[in-house]
Design a protein around this ligand. Structure first.
Ligand code: UD1
Length: 421
C-alpha cells in the first residue's frame, strides 16, 4: 500500500470550529447489523474511512447491495446469499468479525477467517465464541478459520469474563433473533453499544439495558430494515480537544455528545484546560502551561484506551511528572519511542509509562505505527518547534475523516505528500 506523509510546522495556535464525523466504532457494528433486516436499511452520518470501505466490501461479498451518497448509506440485505468470508477480506480489518452474530442469526451458519493480531496486542476472540456457544452455536476452529453453525439460537444467560465491546455486540446481534430471553452480564457499556441497541430496536428487536452492565434481549421472529443516524465519534472529538490544549488554542468542537466524553473532559480540566459545554458542542481553551495528571485506561465509563496515546503526547509537554497505566491492551505504547524522538522524556515499566514533562517538543522524523499512535504524533507535531515529518499517515486515515482540511481551517500548517508504491 502506498503510504503518505505529513509535513507539519508546529506552534500554530488553533482557533475556530471543527465538526466531528459519525463514529467509526458505531458505524462498523451498525453496518453488520443491517444484515439482520430483510430489505434496505439506511444509515446516516457514516464517515468516509478506509475501515468503512472494508466493511462494505465484506457486506457486498456476502451479497448485500450497498449504495453510498455522501454520508448516507443504504444497505440492501434482501439478497444475502453467502455466509463465508475469505482470508484476504478478513485480514484488512479485525472488526469484520462483527458479522459472526448477524449471520448466525439469519442463516444459522458462518465461516470466517480468524482475524490476526494487530500492532496494539493479541486481541483474542474467546469471549465472542464462548457467548455464542451459550446460545447453542457449535464452533470449530481449523486451518485459521472459525466455522460456526446452529439449528436454532436459544436465549441464555451469558457472563463475559471481560467486558469486550466486540463480544457484547456480536452476542447481542445473534440474540435478537434467538428463541427466548438472553441476558449479557458484565457487558461492555460503551456508547457505541447503546447506539447498536437503538438501531436494533428500530428494526423490531427487543433490547434493553445497554449502557448498564446487564443487557436483556427478548428474541423476536424477524427484523425489518430501519433508518438510523450514527452517533458522533467521541474519540475524534477527544483528539480535537487535546489539539486545542496543546496549541494554547481556542476551539469549538461541534457535533458531540458531551456525556460520552466525561472521562476525557475530567482529565483535560485537571490538566488546566477551560472546558465549556454546550448542547452539542464543546469549547476548549488553554492558556499557559499544561499540568501533569495521572490516568489509567478502563472500560467505559472509565478513561478510553483509544485516547491514551493522545494524552501521552499532551502530558509530554506538561509541567511535572504524569503516570499513565494501560490496562486494556498489552502493547499499546508504540508511540513512546517516536515521542522520544521529538524530545519527550518517557520511561515504560510494563503497563505503566512515566512521563516527565519537557518545556517543548521538537520537530523530528517520526512514523505512525497504528491509528491512535499516529494521532498522538500528529498532535505532538502541532505543538512542536519547527517541522515534523510524520510518515505512514494512512494509519491515521483509518479513524479520522478529512483531517488535513479540518485542521487547516483551524490554522494548522500542514502538507500531505503522496507517495507511490
Ligand atoms: C473496540 C474498539 C477499539 C477499542 C476497544 C477497547 C471497535 C471497532 N473497536 O475493539 O477501538 O480500542 O474496543 O475500547 O469498536 N478480549 C478478550 N477476549 C475476547 C475479546 C476481547 O480477552 O474475546 C480482551 C482484549 O484482549 C482487550 C479487551 O478485552 O484486552 C477489550 O477488547 P474489546 O473490547 O473486545 O475490543 P474490540 O471490540 O476489539
Amino acid at each position: 500500500m502506498a503510504m503518505d506523509r505529513y509535513v507539519i510546522t508546529g506552534k500554530q495556535r488553533l482557533e475556530g470550529k471543527i465538526r466531528v464525523s459519525g463514529a467509526k466504532n458505531s458505524s462498523l457494528p451498525l453496518l453488520a447489523a443491517a444484515i439482520l433486516g430483510e430489505g434496505t436499511s439506511t444509515l446516516l452520518e457514516i464517515p468516509d474511512l478506509v475501515d468503512i470501505t472494508h466493511m462494505v466490501e465484506v457486506l457486498e461479498h456476502l451479497g448485500c447491495g450497498v449504495v453510498r451518497q455522501g454520508k448516507t448509506m443504504q444497505i440492501n440485505a434482501g439478497g444475502l446469499e453467502s455466509c463465508e468470508v475469505d482470508e484476504a477480506l478478513m485480514r484488512q480489518m479485525r472488526a469484520s468479525n462483527l458479522i459472526l452474530g448477524p449471520l448466525l442469526a439469519r442463516f444459522g451458519r458462518v465461516k470466517i477467517s480468524r482475524p490476526g493480531g494487530c500492532a496494539i496486542g493479541s486481541r483474542p476472540m474467546d469471549q465472542h465464541i464462548k457467548g455464542l456457544e451459550q446460545l447453542g452455536v457449535k464452533v470449530r476452529e481449523k486451518h485459521g478459520y472459525i466455522e460456526a453453525w446452529t439449528d436454532h439460537l436459544q436465549g441464555a444467560d451469558v457472563y463475559l469474563d471481560v467486558p469486550s465491546v466486540g463480544a457484547t455486540e456480536n452476542i447481542m446481534m445473534a440474540a435478537v433473533l434467538a428463541k427466548g430471553v438472553t441476558v449479557i452480564r458484565n457487558a461492555a457499556r460503551e456508547p457505541e453499544i447503546v447506539d447498536l441497541q437503538n438501531f436494533l430496536n428500530k428494526m423490531g428487536a427487543k433490547v434493553r439495558g445497554s449502557g448498564l452492565d446487564a443487557i436483556r434481549i427478548d428474541g423476536v421472529e424477524k427484523l425489518h430494515p430501519a433508518e438510523h443516524i450514527v452517533i458522533p465519534d467521541r474519540i475524534e472529538a477527544g483528539t480535537h480537544m487535546i489539539a486545542a490544549v496543546m496549541t494554547q488554542g481556542d476551539v469549538v468542537i461541534e457535533n458531540v455528545i458531551p456525556e460520552h466524553l466525561e472521562p476525557v473532559i475530567a482529565k483535560i480540566s485537571q490538566a488546566g484546560a477551560r472546558v465549556t459545554l454546550m448542547d452539542d458542542s464543546i469549547r476548549v481553551q488553554q492558556r499557559g502551561r499544561i499540568r501533569s495528571v495521572d490516568l489509567k485506561t478502563m472500560p467505559y465509563p472509565g478513561f478510553p484506551t483509544d485516547m491514551q496515546p493522545q494524552f501521552m503526547a499532551m502530558l509530554s509537554c506538561a509541567e511535572g511528572t504524569s503516570i499513565i497505566t494501560e490496562t486494556i491492551f498489552e502493547n499499546r505504547f508504540q508511540h513512546v519511542d517516536e515521542l522520544r524522538r521529538m524530545g519527550a522524556k518517557i520511561t515504560v515499566e510494563g503497563r505503566t509509562a512515566i512521563i516527565r514533562g519537557v518545556q517543548t517538543l521538537e520537530g523530528a522524523f517520526v512514523e505512525a505505527t497504528d491509528l491512535r499512535a499516529g494521532a498522538a504524533l500528529f498532535l505532538a507535531a502541532l505543538a512542536a518547534e519547527e517541522v515534523t515529518v510524520l510518515e505512514k499517515v494512512n494509519y491515521i486515515d483509518r479513524g479520522y475523516e478529512n483531517l488535513e482540511e479540518k485542521y487547516r481551517q483551524l490554522g494548522a500548517k500542514l502538507l500531505r505528500i503522496h507517495q507511490e508504491g
